[in-house]
Every structure is written in structure tokens, then in C-alpha cells.
Ligand binder design. Structure first.
Ligand code: ZN
Ligand code: ZN
Length: 610
């Protein structure tokens, strides 16, 4: 909690019925971000503030709802609706949307204002927006200024990359997520200023590191965990400023080279690393160079709570995977100077923006979806370089300021004003989105018992997303009041399966030679059957060259499974109370009390390690 923060209300979540607290600092925040417009009542003069009340959903349900709008890594082949050419897109070909390739979308060859419409005060806002979002053409994948990097999403200034998600200013990045200012790396998550890295997570300024986690400024290290400024270290943890260490023990260079060769020849390095870590001390939470913060992986930040993976953040709550953001609540994936944001995801460089989805360079906007370089927008989608628009229709500043307060008052009556977009409006199946990674649901959970009404009408269960949309429209209409409708989230499910490209043969993963020197060039024409999911996957030329150069074996698992494996190495995004394994003091930690790791309180950890 922030300093001197007081709980003033305990609420019941409208979706999951759990209890969650609202504090005086929360109310202060909601008030601070509440927008003001000239009063619509001609008797009143001056500005009227439209207060945003405290949320109706608990932090997890809010996060789940936001994440249903985010398809990061399910990429499909489909036709561009402008050129007719085959493109890569986050929208599978069965989706009922118009999709343009990135270059055409950014060009002046089409105009999103052509889809604009008047606001209809006899209808709800989400109903009208639902119709608009099905008509306005979409960008095939999110990104800007990329070169030879078609198979990527949420990328800026990417060069020669493949399956790179959320990357900025990086090149030759493959099968990785959250990569900034880095080059020549494969299978990484959250890396910054790093080069020649493989299977690394949460590293900064590292060079030629493999299987390295939560480490900074390291060189030529493999299988390290929470190390800083180390060189030539193998199977080490909690080290600072060390060289030629194996299993946290110092060696001279000759001994180091001899022993490391022996270990790699005789052991399974991953199992050996896990065995070593079992007896090592852990910090209760991974916090580095930060003040007054709690939760996990918070770097160079202050006053950050209920948040995970934050770098250079200040005054944040319920924010995740964000970098260089201030004064915000409920944000997922924001970066580069973001300020005063609430209930948003995927944003770069924006200020005073509430309830929005994937937008760059935005100021003073509300309820927008995928708009860029714009300001003063209300309920718009896929606009670029615009101001004073509502439902994609252009207004003057004076008109805009007159209509918006009326719409807000209308939305208050329809229980919409303070809510993020309902999941039923998202263009993806739940199973295609990041929500599935954090809050996994089966198809049966998503399409519940009421599906029976369709069975009676002989409508097949296997006709893909469009069917689910029809179902949702009908479902929505069965509610007596909108207040009731808000009580239950409505998700969709995608049944689309992309055809696998023709290959010469498919090899089961266990038939692959262990030694990379035994792998022929022909492997580029084959597919490998994933040892876990049995899903086939291919090796690309660039990664084969990387494995050969660094003497790494060919992966046995599908890239999706490798991503899930990395995500599972992170501690849960939950804080538990347990006792310090040294002094017995009660601590808040991401290690559940029943977990076998040795976890010390900060004081005991610092005494023992530094
Ligand atoms: Zn809830
Ligand atoms: Zn202790």
C-alpha cells in the first residue's frame, strides 16, 4: 500500500463475487483522472467534472477483461482486403473483419472517418461501438517502422526478426517477447540492451548469456539466476562482480574451462541447474534499486504496488509488464513516457487516457481502440492523426465539448461510463488471447450451458468465431437490464485451425540427434513434432545458423510450448505470507508457503549474500 493508505470500502466483485478493497488513495486517483467538460446545463457556468467511481470488478477480473482484447502471438495467413495479397495477421481468415496490411493501413489511401456515424441516444454506447468495430478496417498486425519482419506483432523499429512480439529497436530477434534495444537473440522474454542471448528471461545489458534469469551486466554466462556484473559463470546464483565461477565457487581460467566441459559432457545441464538452485537462498520478491514497492520484479521504481514486472515506474497500482510509466492504475504493457492512464493496454507515449486498447502517441482520449498520433477522441477506432472525433465522426472543438458530456451522462444511465470494453466486443477467441495464459479456460467454460438453445436449433458447434458472435448477440438480448448484463462476462472462443505448410517429412522430437553438428541443412525442409503437444513446427535458416555457431541443440518443443515453459518459470503473480527460513519472521513473498525453496527475509538475505 502507499504510505498512510486507508481502506475505506470493501466491495464485492460483480463477476467472481470475491471481496476487494478500495482505499482513500484509490479514490484520490480516480478523482484526479476524472475528466472535466463545459457543463451541458446552460444555467451552470464553468467546467463540470465527471467523476469516475471505484471499479465494480476486482483487480483480477479487470485484468482478465483487458487481456481478452490482446492477441499477441497467434499469427495467421490471410488475404489483405485492400491488395488481395497474402499477409500475416492476428485475425484468422474466418474472422468477419476487413484487414489491411500494415503499409496500406498507415497510408492515406483510405480514411477511417468514412465509417463515422452520429451518436444515437436511444441505444447503449457499447451496442453502437460493437457495430462500428465490425466495419472499420484493421491493421494486420500492430507495428510501425519495421523492416523484413512480417511475422511479428506489437513491434516498433524491428529489423530481420521472426515471431518477435512486443519488441522495440531490435534486430534479428526470433521467438521472443518483450525485447528492447537488443540483437541476435532467440527464445527470450523481457530483455534489454542484450546481444547473442538464448533462453533468457528478465535480463539487462547481457552479452552471450544462455539460460540466464533476472540478471544484469553479465557476459559469457550460462545457467545463472539473480547475478550482477559477472563474467564466465556457470550454474551460479546471487553473485555480484565475479569471474570464472561454477556452482558459486571460484576457479582459475584453466580449471573453469576444464570443469565446464566435463559438466556439459556428463550432465543434463537444465536438471543440474535445478538441482543446484534447490539449496540456494531466494529473496522473498525480486526487487532491485527501488523504494517503497512490493510484489515481483520491480526495477528502478518507487511507490509501486500490486504490480509485476515494472521498470522505471512511479506511483502505480495493478500495472503489469510496463516500463517508464507514472501515476497509473490497471495497465498492461505500457512504455515510453506514459502518464495518468487507467484501464488500458498496449500504449506508448500517452497522457490522460482512459479505457483504451493498443494506441500510440495519444493525449486526452477516452474509450478508444487502436488510434494513433491523436488527441481528444471519444469512442473511436482505428484513427490516425485526428482530434475531436466521436464514433469516427469529425466535430469542431466546440461541438465535441458540447456532445461528449451528454454522452457521458447517457452512459452513466446505461451503466457503461466507468467500465472498460466488455469482453464480448473483442475481436478474438478467448483462447487466442493473453487472458488464456493468466486465466486459462476451456471451451466449455467459455460457452456455458446456455449453448443448449443452439443445439435445439440444429446449429453446429464447430462453425468458428462468427457463431459465437451470434450467440453473444442473442445472449446479450436475454438480459432484462444492462445492470444485470454486466454481472457476467461473455467470452468468445475460436475454433480456427491454420493448415500446416507442406513439408518433406515430420520427425518426432526424440529422433533428433543431440549434437548440432549431426543436423543436416535438410532440416529446413522438414517439420519437427513437438515432444509435448505433438504439434509440428519448423526451423528457420537464421536459427539453425545460431544453434550451429553456439553449439546448441535443436529445440524439441514447439515455439508456443517454449513460450509457456518460460512463463511457467516465473513465480505466480500472487503474494503469500510465509516465514523467513532463517529468522522465522513473517514475510510477503511470491513463494507459496508449501514450496520447497529456501526463502529469506530481505535482512537475512542481505546479511548472507552481500
Ligand atoms: Zn472478480
Ligand atoms: Zn529473516
Amino acid at each position: 500500500m502507499f504510505q498512510d493508505e486507508k481502506v475505506i470500502e470493501t466491495k464485492i466483485c460483480k463477476h467472481c463475487s470475491c471481496q476487494f478493497d478500495i482505499t482513500d488513495k484509490d479514490i484520490e486517483f480516480y478523482e484526479k483522472i476524472s475528466p472535466s467538460f463545459p457543463s451541458p446545463d446552460s444555467k451552470e457556468s464553468g467546467l463540470k467534472k465527471y467523476i469516475i467511481p471505484s471499479p465494480t470488478l476486482c483487480p483480477d477480473c479487470r485484468q482478465q477483461r483487458r487481456l481478452t482484447f490482446r492477441n499477441e502471438r497467434k499469427l495467421y495467413k490471410r488475404k489483405c482486403d485492400a491488395s488481395g495479397k497474402e499477409i500475416i495477421s492476428i485475425y484468422s481468415p474466418d474472422k468477419p473483419y476487413k484487414v489491411y496490411n500494415q503499409d496500406f493501413w498507415w497510408s492515406d489511401w483510405w480514411e477511417a472517418l468514412d465509417y463515422g456515424r452520429d451518436f444515437d441516444f436511444s441505444k447503449t454506447f457499447f451496442e453502437q461501438f460493437g457495430k462500428l468495430i465490425r466495419e472499420v478496417p484493421r491493421m494486420s498486425v500492430f507495428g510501425k517502422n519495421n523492416e523484413n519482419s512480417f511475422y511479428t506483432n506489437h513491434t516498433d523499429w524491428a529489423k530481420d526478426s521472426y515471431m518477435a512480439i512486443d519488441t522495440a529497436n531490435s534486430q534479428n530477434i526470433y521467438y521472443s517477447k518483450w525485447v528492447v534495444n537488443s540483437t541476435n537473440s532467440i527464445d527470450c522474454y523481457f530483455i534489454d540492451k542484450s546481444e547473442l542471448c538464448y533462453e533468457c528471461m528478465n535480463i539487462d545489458n547481457c552479452y552471450k548469456c544462455f539460460y540466464s534469469y533476472y540478471s544484469n551486466n553479465c557476459k559469457n554466462c550460462s545457467y545463472i539466476y539473480f547475478c550482477d556484473n559477472c563474467e564466465n559463470c556457470l550454474f551460479c546464483t546471487n553473485l555480484k562482480n565475479k569471474k570464472n565461477y561454477i556452482l558459486n565457487k571460484a576457479y582459475n581460467e584453466i580449471e573453469y574451462n576444464k570443469l565446464s566441459k566435463e559438466i556439459f559432457a556428463n550432465k543434463n545441464p537444465w536438471e543440474y541447474f535445478q538441482e543446484f538452485l534447490k539449496n540456494q537462498i531466494r529473496k522473498p520478491t525480486l526487487i532491485y534499486n527501488s523504494e517503497n514497492v512490493l510484489w515481483d520484479f520491480i526495477w528502478n521504481s518507487s511507490n509501486v504496488f500490486n504490480s509485476f514486472t515494472i521498470i522505471d515506474g512511479e506511483k502505480l497500482k495493478y500495472c503489469h509488464d510496463s516500463w517508464w510509466i507514472n501515476n497509473s492504475y490497471d495497465v498492461y504493457e505500457a512504455a515510453f513516457e506514459c502518464n495518468f492512464q487507467y484501464e488500458c493496454h498496449a500504449c506508448n507515449r500517452w497522457k490522460n487516457t482512459l479505457w483504451w486498447h493498443v494506441s500510440y502517441d495519444i493525449y486526452n482520449c477516452f474509450y478508444i481502440d487502436s488510434c494513433h498520433n491523436s488527441s481528444n477522441l471519444f469512442w473511436c477506432i482505428w484513427l490516425k492523426n485526428k482530434s475531436y472525433c466521436i464514433l469516427n465522426k469529425q466535430y469542431t472543438k466546440e461541438e465535441y465539448e458540447k456532445i461528449v458530456p451528454k454522452i457521458i451522462e447517457h452512459m452513466m444511465k446505461t451503466w457503461e461510463w466507468w467500465e472498460f470494453f466488455p469482453s464480448s466486443l473483442n475481436p478474438f477467441g478467448y483462447n487466442e488471447t493473453v487472458a488464456q495464459e493468466y486465466y486459462p479456460l476451456t471451451r466449455k467454460d467459455v460457452i456455458p450451458a446456455k449453448a443448449g438453445i443452439y443445439e435445439n436449433e440444429n446449429i453446429s458447434f464447430e462453425t468458428g468465431l462468427e457463431w459465437e458472435i451470434n450467440y453473444i448477440d442473442r445472449e446479450w438480448n436475454t438480459y432484462k437490464t444492462l445492470e444485470e448484463a454486466w454481472k457476467r462476462p461473455v467470452f468468445k472462443y475460436s475454433t480456427y485451425e491454420a493448415p500446416f505448410p507442406k513439408v518433406e517429412k515430420i520427425i518426432p522430437a526424440n529422433k533428433l540427434p543431440n549434437n548440432i553438428s549431426d543436423i543436416p541443412d535438410d532440416i529446413l525442409n522438414w517439420a519437427i513434432e513437438c515432444e509435448v503437444t505433438k504439434k509440428p513446427f519448423r526451423i528457420i535458416k537464421e536459427e539453425l545458423a545460431f544453434y550451429r555457431k553456439h553449439n546448441l541443440p535443436i529445440p524439441r518443443r514447439h515455439p508456443d510450448q517454449r513460450h509457456l515453459d518460460r512463463m511457467s518459470l516465473r513465480n505466480p503473480r500472487h503474494l503469500y505470507t510465509r516465514k523467513c527460513d532463517k529468522c522465522g519472521k513473517e514475510i510477503q513473498t511470491t513463494y507459496a508457503p508449501e514450496r520447497p525453496e529456501i526463502v529469506y527475509c530481505e535482512e537475512c538475505y542481505n546479511k548472507e549474500i552481500y
